[in-house]
Write a protein that binds this ligand. Structure first.
Ligand code: GLU
Length: 428
């Protein structure tokens, strides 16, 4: 799923290969880790409200489970591809490893557009997805979660179907559930807050007080909305946010140079993160092209939408003022653009570190679900901050001491841990 010809799986493999060649990994470990261990491809027949039946295509990919059950979201998107899911499952392995939680990597997806499905059709699709997979996932094998265009409601339908099939309650099967129905307080905020926890830590190391910084965001979905909130609470100023407009089939950037009112913007945004253009204009926002988010004279760029967004075609549009890129989305930067960002000495916090807050909180949710004992929100967020900050510090220190880019440093830590697990288990 992307707007260009970049293949995320090839990118994920290239990133792995370039770090693996510098590590002392034997050939078998490299071969094992550069591809998924298991894949499920299936069809999901869904009875539509008008009486017809539509057949959807679904996937679940388990990249590696040496460190614990596979873990990762399920995406609903009309342009979903198996290679995107493969890449994302790989990045989930590195993500869980870099924050040192005992989980592996997985990812799922359905080729569909939930914006064109009724609530009941979405429920049948969720139940159909689980029916096809119920024997191959579970609290001790593979634990799904929300991702692009899926949410807590979808997770609860999936859980209900899983529990119905297995004849018992097992809330640890899935995370991102509604609070009060096995969900964790703080899970909705976790990915966005986690982005800002690591960003704040980076800014301290770069001697850039957060309250003196400005930022531009791509995307206004769940991750971006909570990242914007915390970044502003800590004193940062957001001047531009772009988002997709499904009616016009293009993106727009909304700008207000004296800072944006996040509550007002959220109140005119739909559940898929689309800001209402007319209402935004009435609130005094400039409406610019979709690409304008990347051209702003700000200190920080935060891509928080989809993969392949900072490419060789637009990387030169990044302002000289930009000092930090914090990848809140998965795979937003293509390797050719990444190289130029590196040459320009922009400090880049890589995706699988920056956005690991979601899965870290999912891990906390699973622990709470399995114990049937739920923590206070402050406790969840404090634990999340500790995990994210210490992961950042480890990656930063290695990057400094070995003169590595942050992405490569994060890969070295993550790959080494998984390679060690594979070896200790006697797989290679
Ligand atoms: N979908 C999120 C991610 O890409 C969260 C995954 C999870 O909580 O398992 O990190």
């Amino acid at each position: 799923m992307s707007n260009s010809s970049y293949n995320p799986y090839e990118i994920a493999q290239q990133q792995f290969d370039s770090v693996a060649s510098k590590l002392d990994l034997d050939a078998a470990t490299r071969e094992l880790l550069r591809q998924p261990m298991r894949e499920y491809h299936f069809t999901i027949p869904v009875k539509m409200d008008d009486g017809t039946t539509k057949v959807f295509k679904g996937f679940r990919v388990q990249h590696n489970d040496a460190r614990g059950p596979a873990k990762g979201g399920i995406r609903f998107h009309p342009m979903e591809t198996i290679d995107t899911i493969r890449a994302l499952s790989m990045w989930m392995t590195w993500k869980c490893s870099v924050v040192d939680i005992p989980l592996g990597g997985g990812k799922g997806g359905v080729i569909c557009d939930p914006r064109n499905l009724t609530e009941r059709e979405q429920e049948r699709l969720c139940r159909g997805y689980v029916r096809q997979l119920a024997r191959n996932v579970g609290p001790n094998t593979d634990v799904p979660a929300p991702d692009v265009m899926t949410n807590a409601k979808h997770m609860l339908w999936m859980l209900d179907e899983y529990e119905t099939i297995h004849g018992s309650r097992s809330p640890g099967f899935i995370t991102g559930k509604p609070v009060g129905m096995g969900g964790s307080l703080g899970r909705t905020e976790a990915t966005g807050f986690g982005v800002v926890y690591v960003l704040n830590e980076a800014l301290k190391n770069l001697n850039m007080p957060i309250e003196n910084t400005t930022a531009s965001f791509q995307g206004f979905g769940n991750v971006s909305q909570y990242a914007v909130r915390l970044y502003q609470q800590l004193g940062g100023k957001v001047v531009a946010i772009s988002c997709w407009n499904e009616t016009d089939k293009k993106a727009y950037t909304f700008r207000k140079l004296d800072g944006m009112d996040i509550d007002a913007l959220a109140s005119i945004t739909d559940s898929y993160g689309t800001i209402d253009k007319e209402k935004a204009m009435n609130l005094g926002y400039e409406v610019l092209s979709g690409e304008a988010w990347i051209e702003q004279d700000v200190d920080i760029l935060i891509p928080a939408a989809l993969e392949n967004q900072i490419t060789i075609e637009n990387v030169h549009k990044i302002s000289k003022q930009v000092k930090v890129i914090c990848e809140a989305a998965n795979g937003p930067t293509t390797p050719d653009a990444d190289k130029i960002i590196n040459e320009r000495n922009i400090f880049l916090i890589p995706d699988f570190l920056a956005n690991a807050g979601g899965v870290t909180c999912s891990y906390f949710e699973q622990v709470q679900s399995n114990q049937n004992y739920y923590w206070e929100k402050d406790e969840v967020l404090a634990k999340l901050n500790i995990k994210m900050t210490s992961a950042f510090k480890a990656v930063y220190e290695l990057a400094q001491s070995k003169n590595l880019r942050m992405r490569d440093s994060a890969y070295v830590i993550a790959i080494n841990r998984v390679a060690q697990a594979v070896k200790s288990r006697g797989w290679v």
